[in-house]
Design a protein around this ligand. Structure first.
Ligand code: PEP
Ligand code: MG
Length: 544
């Protein structure tokens, strides 16, 4: 929704808060329409346009390959080879000669190829279909003027975009860009989570067009009340100045809790760990402010390079996390690819319902070649400090048992190779309702509740669909009952239970969580002070 003030020129757009903050800046409008039929180009130029897009795509891929590790550059070389393959280019040119635009011709030929790859008998070709899809999108972006490489977002701006993929989000240098507003999107999506972990204010689901006429205009991004105010008039400016001052005072007050162990007003200690999706975010963070790393998401560490890095690279990355934590526990989650986190060459394309599909530990168990490399790297890193391994999306006890067997094999291999290693604790996320309901059947070393996915599965509302926010309720009694059940199970068996979903970082949800008896949470670095302050304000819970 939007309202305009004819006198001052002020326009107010309303959206949903995905990551809190209050900033001013200049709007950088990068909304786009990439549908092939909106591109108008003289008919004779379509062949030339396709040739130019293929040439530019080759240059981009060569640039990426130059920076990538061996595995990723192999994927990129495969894509570069396809760009020179007459079996793809000739049929696209034929379509253009028959009257199609370059984008339509390219789409038709690539779509047919993708289907061929997806339905191939060979697992190798099926896996490669993701590379084809990636290539199709890259060329299409170039043809339709929507090159999404967003490194060009101006400094001190507020980005306005339709929505972003997690990798698109990570391409932006958020230390220079002040915040963002998306026309679509959802507060529970992975992009929203990335924004929260970086403290980037984000509004989503504005639901209205914001045209290029707003580009370069001054604006206030109010990701507290859910408003984007373009060309703010004098009264909006005065109101926001007062609120900036108020927020600054509150932030300073909350920072006072950072260096102290968290404790509720009635004296109950609560462990507060951190979630890490990019080790770079630990630069400047003080390990003394947390009780360890409760969740390191390995998919985001390597997103954008196209594949998991090799064992040595992984050992180095995990080792850096352990060094940073300086003796505190570091919980590293095995790859949780799939759903809205595709990894080219690994995840499946074209699943009807990817969030209910081949993701997390399901995919890892189907690819022991990739999984074993990660487990070996984790066991090697564990020689350097208290690393713990966590499995995502576990549904039945046999998945946990299979993963344990592969971990044992990995450790046995390392032993016979004479490499330094240790056997880390093996825990699991509780984010599938069936696992939460049957939690007493699992024999995991520790449990961590993934409320982001648990909420989406319990309420049957996709975490990336902004239209369903009303139903996507972390405080739904059904969700809280499952959390309470898992916490009670842990308490009765002496098994550690934490919660690493984003609901722990929201002061509106935290009291409900502490009411369940939960005494261990993991939140982003950006939310540490706020969470510790909210714990200190809590005083009425049962503390069972
Ligand atoms: C969760 O589901 O709550 C979680 C922590 O994992 P992710 O958000 O990465 O799916
Ligand atoms: Mg999850």
């Amino acid at each position: 929704m939007s309202t305009a003030d004819g006198e001052t020129g002020e326009i107010v757009f309303e959206g949903k808060v995905a990551s809190p903050g209050l900033v001013t800046g200049v709007l950088a409008v990068q909304t786009q329409d990439r549908s092939p039929d909106r591109v108008s180009r003289p008919a004779g130029d379509e062949r030339a346009a396709l040739a130019a897009a293929l040439a530019e795509a080759t240059v981009q891929l060569q640039e990426l390959a130059g920076r990538a590790d061996a595995m990723a550059s192999e994927i990129l070389e495969f894509q570069i080879a396809l760009l020179e393959d007459d079996a793809l280019i000739e049929p696209a040119l034929e379509k253009i000669d028959e009257g199609a635009s370059a984008a339509e011709g390219w789409t038709a030929v690539l779509d047919a190829q993708i289907v061929d790859y997806e339905t191939a008998d060979s697992a190798y070709f099926r896996a490669r279909s993701a590379d084809l899809r990636d290539l199709k999108e890259r060329v299409l972006r170039l043809l339709t003027g929507g090159d999404e490489r967003r490194s060009g977002v101006p400094a001190d701006s507020i980005l306005v975009a339709d929505d972003l993929t997690p990798s698109g989000f990570l391409e932006i240098d958020w230390t220079r860009v002040r915040g963002a507003a998306f026309l679509a999107g959802s507060p529970s999506s992975h992009v929203a989570m990335l924004a929260r972990s970086r403290g980037v204010p984000l509004l989503v689901n504005l639901g209205v067009e914001i045209g290029p006429e707003c580009d370069g205009e001054p604006a206030i991004l109010d990701a507290v009340e859910g408003r984007l105010v373009a060309r703010p008039g004098p009264s909006a400016t005065a109101e926001y100045q007062a609120r900036f001052a108020e927020r600054a005072a509150r932030t300073a007050e909350e920072a006072g809790y950072l260096g102290r162990p968290a404790r509720t007003a009635d004296g109950r200690p609560v462990s507060v760990m951190i979630n890490v999706d990019d080790p770079a975010l630990l630069e400047g963070a003080d390990p003394g402010h947390c009780d360890g790393i409760g969740l390191a998401r390995t998919e985001f560490l390597f997103l954008g390079e196209g594949a998991l890095p090799d064992e040595e690279t992984q050992v180095a990355v995990y080792g850096r996390l352990l060094d940073w934590a300086a003796g505190r526990p570091v919980t590293i989650r095995t790859l949780d690819a799939g759903g809205d986190k595709p990894v080219p060459g690994l995840t499946l394309i074209g699943e009807t319902n990817p969030f209910l599909g081949f993701r997390g530990v399901r995919l890892s168990l189907a690819r022991p070649d990739v999984f074993k490399v990660q487990l070996r790297a984790l066991a090697r890193a564990a020689a350097r400090g208290p690393a713990r391994i966590m499995l995502p999306m576990v549904t039945v006890p046999s998945e946990y048992a299979e993963a344990r067997a592969i971990l044992n094999q990995a450790v046995e291999e390392l032993r016979s190779e004479g490499r330094p290693h240790a056997l880390p604790a093996l825990g699991m996320m509780v984010e599938v309702p069936a696992a939460a309901l049957a939690i007493d059947r699992f024999d995991a070393d520790f449990l961590s509740i993934g409320s982001n996915d648990l909420v989406q599965y319990v309420t049957a509302t996709s975490r990336d669909d902004g239209r369903l926010v009303r139903l996507h309720d972390p405080l739904h009694p059904g969700v809280l009952e499952l959390i309470e059940r898992v916490v009670a199970h842990g308490r009765s068996r002496g098994i550690e239970v934490s919660l690493c979903g984003d609901m722990a970082a929201d002061p509106a949800y935290l009291p409900g969580l502490l009411d369940t008896g939960l005494d261990r949470v993991s939140v982003s670095v950006a939310a540490l002070a706020r969470t510790k302050a909210a714990i200190a304000r809590y005083g009425g819970g049962p503390g069972r």
